[in-house]
Design a protein around this ligand. Sequence first.
Ligand code: ACO
Length: 324
Amino acid sequence: MTTRIIATGAYAPGQVITNNDLAKIVDTSDEWITQRTGIKERHISSGDNTSVLAINTAKQLLERAGVEAESVDLIIVASVTPDYGTPSLGCMVQKEIGAVNAVAFDVTAACSGFMFALSIADKYIRTGVYNNAIVIGAETLSKIVDWSDRSTCVLFGDGAGGAFVEKSETDGIIKEEIGTKGELYDILTEGYTSCSNAFNGNESGTDPLWYVNMNGREVFKFATKSVVKSVERVLASADVSPDEIAYVVPHQANVRIVEVISNKLKIPYEKFYMNMDRYGNTSSASIPMALNELNERGLVKRGDKILLTGFGGGMTWGTMLVSW
Ligand code: ACO
């Protein structure tokens, strides 16, 4: 028994911010951002919070999978920018779509979040606990970006993407792995809230560490190393060679990272599906948004072998080999 992706979906807010728009608020240029990252524009929320993006994606997944909400067993949402500490985004999605028989929760693994969520759903389905799941990555990174910091604000965007998965006797997830390296946690952080209360005299106000804080070069090094090793392990354990891969859907952080990964793995660059030029880095939403676009464009056919792979804060990584 395995777990098969039977539908994909995505939702991005309507407001598009170009590199030239950013050059009006920080000292940057379209040329710098395009050359260093490959990003041209990103969608930024005009007020809709992460739950709205996740709910729209979930509704699309139900429609495309042709499944009634009451039949959904499991809802997992990956995010580092939920609306609340509690309730989870999963519970908010459950309410809005009317999935009254499902269990819902969130996971946090930054840009690898969708891979972690899909890995958990796969375990529940493979072991026969549940028959199906809605798995979503959703982010409004615009609310945790310091819009005066040019080294980070040019990189991110808002959006959500997801997959409806169910048990399958044939095609589906072949092999996968997730991993973490906590000793590097401080090279990429966001959303820190200090322990301030009425009895320790701390002042209220936004902590500077609330915003995305990143050592770009260290993240770059980690990304290229961890993804390459992870893909190599997954392919070896499945006894699949790189030239059998139809498409790789990488985390959409930076085209230069993808170039390095493509060279090291000897998988042609053209096989890496990318849409970061139009969406920027949407963290846990990036892989499912790109996968959805690949699927919507009809570029993958039944039985094609595709790789999903990403890295993120934590530090974390995740890779999945799928027979479509
Ligand atoms: N516009 C113009 N100049 C800029 C900008 C900007 N937006 N940002 C930084 N610079 C300047 C710097 O101040 C620096 O100037 P200096 O030489 O006078 O000091 C110069 O450009 C070079 O800065 P670096 O940080 O060394 O630039 P680098 O080539 O490393 O590119 C980047 C930065 C794109 C962040 C790169 O390090 C990178 O891709 N890192 C990977 C991290 C990543 O992709 N993170 C995404 C989020 S994390 C995740 O997805 C898990």
